[in-house]
Every structure is written in structure tokens, then in C-alpha cells.
Design a protein around this ligand. Structure first.
Ligand code: CS2
Length: 513
């Protein structure tokens, strides 16, 4: 039997499920990027807000921008899916708690029905367009945040006819439709404007620096190319709140599907495993209202930037360090890597000795407790969070996770040895073969350009010159290109990784001053 509305009544008693009438849900959010994170984060907070007495006017229309896989899995379940909160009991045995989420109302697959996606954005009831499209979905230059006008999706979407089709044309499938997220957003907003509908909130939930502001810059740059008066309309009326989002959500495996099915007594084609921890700080600037997320523990604040920086630099910065070191050393998962005492010490010292001084003050934060909590989260043995998953798309992640922190340390003359080891680990990782001689694929939208930059750098006679040459890869290094202190620190770390290996290097970098 399959998970479905009519099967909810027969779920085991300890499985949480919608405690409201799903027929009262209205679609208020169009969400682009229906991956696991969106479902275990936005879906869960939205559900909790309804359960806490919030209005059910913000059901989600979920849009997959590429693959039909999520829609195909969840359509027979009428949008129901399970979130499996996983951790270990006091004896260290893995356990899970299941919740079936009900506020995903409809699913669209953009390449199959682009017109329906544009219409969803332009629907009178839509008040928020949210995005979890991963860093690379923004088609921006990672170091500067600027729109990449040479990006194939952007080039394609900018060629579409300017201005929105009239409402009467809306049912016709256009000969040309957008491909990228920015194209859908801007052309969807053009329709709203043409129909005299009010502006909406555009909310990024991705791990970008100042995600709202970055999205705003990209949407406005794109819109200005389409129609400057549209850009003015967006700028005047739409809001782009920044947010800090935090929950570890590993990719679902077949083993997860089996475990969840065994516990549900029903088959869910795409359950989502997640850690119990979740945290969301969002700026309370919503152009057309928002769900009662505050009832669900979301912190709706005037300025989220300090929380964002903390999270990107501490959680994601350490994650990326672990990913590149661990992938080279042959550790498969985050908990396996953090179980090595030297790795744990190294991450703790990177955070307390180097990252901490770059963070804006947060009077309510106990930083040491935050770090302890983070190391506990990483040690969760029930998640099996693969390091290769985190290692993906390094070119899009390094700037905000490690290099911004390094840049600030360098400008105040502070040492960066531990952060530089993470950067060196990424460079080492880019060779595509681990310490055991096992090859892997570099999964990165800039993989070809990175390979070319590496090859060019390799022609230099010394390691220091090779490192220096590679830092001129400006989409990642930006203004830090060729910075002597960074080059020195990275050369030392990379030399040690190459000659002594990951284990010995981490040991030295964890324990030296
Ligand atoms: C991870 C994040 O895959 C990655 O790059 O660092 O997805 C991380 O798990 C989340 O941001 C945690 O909130």
C-alpha cells in the first residue's frame, strides 16, 4: 500500500500527521526547487505553523526546475511525504521519528509545463515565491554575486520576448519558455504587473551570503535587461528578506525508503531523512503577508545578517572542510570524519581561533556552546551524511563559506592557517583521486574551467607558484587572487597534504599554535 490521504488513518499511532482539514488549504507560496531540503525545512515549518493555529492560506505549489522525479514520486501520494527525524538514543542506537507532511498542495515540473509555472507565480493568491535551487541555480558569479550573462540559462531566458503575454494568451503553450529560476521569476512577475496584481515576496532559502539581497540584485539585473520599467516595479513593491536556514538533510537512499516503509507500514516513494535540529531566522519584510511561522519557532527579525554569517562560516565552512579532507582520506560520511579526534580538534580550533573573530556580535549567542552543539550534530550516527554530497559544487560554496572569512582575517593581519588547510584540501580534492588511488568525479558547474585552471597552474615550476596561479581563478577567489599570505598558508597546507597525507596534516594543523 502507498502513502495517500485515505491511508493516513491506518498509520501507527506514533507517526505525526496533518491534524487539519487539507481541503481548507489554499495555495499562497510558489516554491522553486522541490528538493529534500525544501520539504524537510519549509514544509516542516509551514506544517508546524498550521498546527499551532496559523491560517492554512499558505499551502505550497512546488516546482521542480529540471527533473520530474519528485513529482512522479509524490503525485500518487497527493503531495504527502514523510520526514524521518534521525538521531541516536542514549546507548548510541539509531532511532527515528516520523512525520507525514500535508501542506504541499500541487507539484509542477517546469520543463513539462512552463506555462503553468508562470501562471502559478502570476496567480492572484500567490504571496510568496521562495527558492531552494542550490547555489548554482542563481546563475551568478560566486565571488562577486553578479549575474552571469554568459550563463546558458540566462542567455536563453533573456532572449525571450520582453513583456508578458496578455491574460487571454495564458493558456497557450508559448513556443519559447524560460529555463532558469531567474527567467521564471522575472517573466512571472511581468505577468503580475501586466494584470495589475500586487507584488510578492521573493525569498531565497539557499546558503548564499545575504541570500535575499543577492537574489534581489540578480532579479533586478535580469529584469532591467528585459524591461527597465519592470525592474522599477519589482524594486518598488517586491521584498527580498534575508534568512538563515539550518537543517542537515542528507540525500534519500533506497535503504531510507525501506526503513521508512517498515515503520509506516506503507510505501512512501520519497521520504526525507533529516537531523532533529532545525533553525530559521528570517527578516520580517513580506510584501503581501506571510504564514504564522513565528508560532512554529521561526525567528522573524529586522536584520538576519549576523545569524547568516555565523551559520555560513561555522556550519557550512566546517562542512566543506570536512568534505574535502574526508573525501581524500577515504572517510565516507560526516560522522565518520568527525569521529577522528584530530579532525574534531581541528574543526573546533578553526572555529574558535579563526572564524569567531570575523563574526558580528550576537549578544544572545554562547559561541562555545554553539560549537559544542555543532560537533554533536556532525557526530549524529543515524544520518550517514555523505561527504561527497557536501563536496559538490565547491566553486559555488567556497567564497561565502571560507574565503570571505579568510579575507576578513587577512585584512586585519590575523593568521589563517586552519582556514587555509580547508582551501588546500579543496585544491587537493580537485585532482579527482583520493589517497587510496580511487578516482571520483568532480561534480561542479565550473568543473571544466577549474580543470583548465589547474592544468595551467600545474605548469608552474614550484608548488607556491602553482598555488598562486590557481588563486587567479577569480570566479572563486575574487579579490584574494594572488594574496601573498593566503598563498603562503595554502602552499604549506597543500604541501603537507601531498607529502604527509590528510591524517598527519590534520593532526599537525589541529595541535600547532
Ligand atoms: C551542506 C549543507 O551540502 C552542503 O553543502 O553544507 O547542505 C548543510 O547541510 C546545511 O546548510 C545545514 O544547514
Amino acid at each position: 500500500m502507498r502513502l495517500a490521504p485515505e491511508a493516513l488513518a491506518q498509520l501507527p499511532a506514533d507517526v505525526e500527521r496533518p491534524r487539519y482539514d487539507r481541503s481548507e488549504l489554499r495555495a499562497g507560496i510558489v516554491h522553486l526547487g522541490l528538493g529534500s531540503f525544501a520539504r524537510a525545512f519549509l514544509g516542516v515549518f509551514n506544517e508546524a505553523a498550521i498546527h499551532a493555529g496559523g491560517e492554512p492560506h499558505f499551502g505550497i505549489v512546488g516546482v521542480s526546475l529540471r527533473s520530474p522525479a519528485v513529482r512522479d514520486a509524490l503525485a500518487p501520494q497527493q503531495g504527502l511525504f514523510t520526514v524521518a527525524r534521525r538521531d541516536a538514543d542514549s546507548e548510541g542506537r539509531p532511532r527515528q521519528r516520523l512525520q507525514v507532511i500535508g501542506n504541499l498542495l500541487r507539484m509542477l515540473v517546469a520543463p513539462e509545463e512552463p506555462e503553468a509555472v508562470l501562471e502559478a507565480i502570476a496567480a492572484p493568491a500567490t504571496r510568496i515565491v521562495s527558492l531552494t535551487i542550490t547555489e548554482k541555480g542563481y546563475a551568478h558569479d560566486p565571488a562577486s554575486g553578479r549575474l552571469r550573462e554568459d550563463h546558458p540559462d540566462v542567455m536563453h531566458d533573456l532572449r525571450l520576448p520582453a513583456g508578458a503575454p496578455a491574460a487571454s494568451d495564458a493558456t497557450q503553450v508559448p513556443t519559447q519558455a524560460p529555463i532558469g529560476a531567474l527567467g521564471f521569476v522575472v517573466h512571472g512577475l511581468a505577468r503580475r504587473r501586466a494584470r495589475g496584481l500586487p507584488p510578492v515576496t521573493l525569498m531565497s532559502l539557499d546558503n548564499l551570503p545575504h541570500n535575499g539581497r543577492t537574489l534581489q540584485g540578480l532579479v533586478l539585473a535580469f529584469a532591467r535587461r528585459v524591461d527597465p520599467s519592470l525592474a522599477d516595479w519589482i524594486e518598488r513593491g517586491c521584498t527580498f528578506p534575508n534568512s538563515m536556514v539550518d537543517r542537515i538533510v542528507p540525500a534519500t537512499t533506497d535503504a531510507d525508503r525501506e526503513q521508512v516503509a517498515a515503520a509506516l507500514g506503507l510505501r512512501d516513494a520519497w521520504p526525507v531523512p533529516a537531523e532533529p535540529y532545525l533553525d530559521w531566522v528570517v527578516e520580517d519584510r513580506f510584501a503581501a503577508g506571510r504564514p504564522d511561522w513565528h508560532l512554529a519557532g521561526v525567528r522573524c527579525v529586522a536584520d538576519a545578517s549576523a545569524w547568516e554569517q555565523l551559520k555560513l562560516r561555522a556550519v557550512n565552512g566546517s562542512h566543506s572542510a570536512l568534505a574535502y579532507l574526508g573525501a581524500m582520506a577515504g572517510w565516507r560520511t560526516v560522522d565518520e570524519a568527525i569521529a577522528q579526534p584530530a579532525v574534531r580538534d581541528y574543526v573546533r580550533k578553526m572555529l574558535t581561533d579563526e572564524v569567531r573573530s570575523t563574526l558580528p556580535p550576537l549578544p544572545t549567542l554562547d559561541f562555545d556552546a554553539y560549537v559544542r552543539g555543532l560537533l554533536e550534530r556532525f557526530a549524529n550516527p543515524a544520518l550517514a551524511h555523505r561527504l561527497q554530497q557536501i563536496a559538490m559544487d565547491g566553486s559555488q560554496k567556497l567564497p561565502q563559506r571560507l574565503l570571505a572569512t579568510i579575507g576578513e582575517r587577512l585584512s586585519s593581519g590575523a593568521p589563517v592557517a586552519r582556514l587555509a588547510l580547508a582551501v588546500a584540501a579543496w585544491m587537493h580534492y580537485l585532482r579527482g583521486i583520493d589517497e587510496w588511488g580511487r578516482p571520483y568525479v568532480i561534480d561542479d558547474p565550473l568543473a571544466d574551467a577549474l580543470a583548465a585552471a589547474r592544468e595551467e597552474a600545474e605548469a608552474q615550476p614550484t608548488l607556491r607558484e602553482r598555488v598562486a596561479a590557481f588563486t587567479h581563478f577569480t570566479p572563486v577567489f575574487g579579490d584574494l587572487a594572488g594574496h601573498a599570505t593566503l598563498v603562503d598558508a595554502t602552499t604549506r597546507a597543500l604541501g603537507s597534504l601531498q607529502n604527509a597525507g590528510v591524517r598527519a596534516t590534520v593532526m599537525r594543523w589541529a595541535h600547532s599554535d
